[in-house]
Design a protein around this ligand. Structure first.
Ligand SMILES: [Cu+2]
Length: 486
């Protein structure tokens, strides 16, 4: 099942007493996640040898008595959860039994570039009948996921995504740890798939599903221990939909953004564009009561999950979440950081990618295929659109960076639509956002609102790293590029 450890034994309460502290934002001079406790020396890591078979499987997505749909998944169920601990290593074999090529991109995990799972850029496509083995030791704790990087609308649209949790960040164990993966299904009434890509959606805010779901089901609910501390790991795995997460019926604190620990602060609401995650700690109410996780971004508030308290041996006590152990992400030196500007806009028609690549550039030998992009181009980054099927070479990088050097990227949205912007292989600090009132936080994907300017800072790691909007139809229609770090 999708949860584990639903009832931990023992009654380890939170130490100390006192009224609910008002934590509020940290002052603007504080860095995201600074001042969190250091992690005690860890245990020796475990080696996990796992097999993920990308396959077509049957699922009743419209309910237990509904028709069968043919999902594409890595495991028996969509969005299977793999849990490891910090220091553990992963040897993950991808077996492709699908009718088209695929890969596994480890979203948010700071992997070596060769393990990043981007067809054509970091590895050859894994063709039908082939296997590919990924090997790495995740350097950070947190809530991550993995997915293919070509035909993302069609493959993720059918359910091809998995969740990776790296544990070891809790000073005090929570009493329940529940994954909530938001993803709509785009289904006809007979359970067959509707087109995942439409020009209408791709040129606007994306094509939306017809059936809302969390963890694959339409009304997700779960029992939790009364008065327990419930950790919710909320992932937005949808192709298009932005959600704005809140909790009703219980006190809730944000404890991590995209898996990165943050000084806990009360959750009012938090927007998650596609691919973004939020870890929340909720104090469950007394037995018989329930609390709800709500999406306020919908036309009407939408219940993502209902959590119902059942009898436990925990006592009522003050709720003051202890912060998670501090992040290990290297912090940019803002005094020496080099600034670069990226404008996200509609396609100009002028191709930024026609400049020829040097013959000896290894990428010039690599050809794109029609599976990675759609034939219509609507979007661009710095006036360059990711080439569609008519262009056989990868484009040149959007920027050349120096490994180990600090950068501030200024992201500017020149469109009337929000774009969740993702940089592979890094966690960056969100320094400022012109249209959002946000604390500083660490992230791998940031929601860039219409006409907004956002500054992010990071230390560059070597490799070719994709840099793109995570609305899947937007990246397939041009809003994608990469940076080269040498
Ligand atoms: Cu976009």
């Amino acid at each position: 099942m999708l949860t584990r450890r639903i009832f931990l034994s023992g009654t380890a309460g939170l130490a100390g007493a006192g009224a609910l502290a008002s934590l509020g934002w940290r002052s603007s001079s504080a860095r995201a996640g600074e001042g969190l406790p250091a992690r005690p020396p860890g245990a020796i890591g475990v080696k996990h040898e796992l097999t993920f078979t990308a396959a077509e499987r049957e699922a009743r997505l419209l309910g237990p008595s509904g028709p069968v749909s043919r999902v594409w998944t890595y495991t028996d169920q969509p969005f299977g959860v793999t849990r490891i601990r910090l220091g553990d290593s992963l040897r993950a074999q991808l077996v492709n039994t699908l009718p088209e090529h695929t890969s596994m991109h480890w979203h948010g995990v700071r992997v070596p570039n060769g393990q990043d799972g981007v067809q054509y850029l970091t590895q050859p496509p894994v063709n039908p009948g082939e296997t590919f083995t990924y090997e790495f030791t995740p350097p950070d704790t947190g809530t991550f996921f993995f997915h293919p990087h070509c035909n993302e609308t069609g493959q993720i649209g059918r359910g091809l995504a998995g969740i990776l949790i790296v544990e070891g960040d809790e000073q005090e164990p929570s009493h329940a740890d529940i994954v909530l993966a938001n993803k709509d299904w785009r289904l006809a009434e007979n359970g067959s798939w509707l087109p995942f890509h439409t020009n209408e959606g791709a040129s606007r805010a994306g094509t939306f599903g017809t059936v809302r779901a969390v963890n694959g089901v339409q009304e997700f609910s779960r029992d939790v221990p009364a008065h327990g501390d419930v950790r919710l790991r909320i992932l937005n795995l949808d192709s298009s939909r932005t959600i704005e997460v809140g909790v009703e019926g219980a006190d809730a604190y944000v404890i991590a953004t995209d898996g990165n620990p943050i000084d806990p602060f009360p959750l009012h609401s938090w927007k998650l564009g596609t691919a973004m995650r939020l870890d929340v700690l909720v104090r469950a109410p007394k037995a018989g009561r329930s609390f709800k996780v709500i999406d306020y971004f919908s036309a009407e508030p939408w219940t993502l999950a209902t959590l119902k308290s059942v009898d436990s041996n925990l006592k009522q006590r003050p709720f003051r979440p202890k912060p998670l152990y501090a992040s290990r992400v290297p912090r940019a030196d803002l005094k020496t950081a080099e600034r670069k500007t990226f404008a996200f806009s509609a396609a100009t028609g002028a191709s930024g990618f026609v400049q020829a690549m040097a013959q000896d550039d290894p990428l010039s030998k690599v050809m794109l295929d029609a599976l990675c992009v759609q034939d219509a181009t609507f979007w661009a980054i710095n006036k360059a659109s990711w080439p569609n099927a008519g262009h056989r070479n990868l484009p040149p990088p959007l920027a050349m960076l120096e490994a180990g050097k600090s950068y501030v990227f200024e992201l500017m949205n020149a469109t009337p639509h929000p774009h969740p912007i993702h940089l592979h292989g890094h966690m960056f600090e969100v320094l400022s956002a012109s249209r959002s009132d946000l604390p500083r936080f660490l992230a791998d994907t940031v929601l860039l609102h219409p006409k907004e300017r956002i500054e992010i800072a990071f230390v560059a790691a070597p490799g070719d790293w994709m840099f793109h909007c995570h609305i899947l139809e937007h990246l397939e229609a041009g809003m994608m590029g990469y940076v080269r770090v040498v």
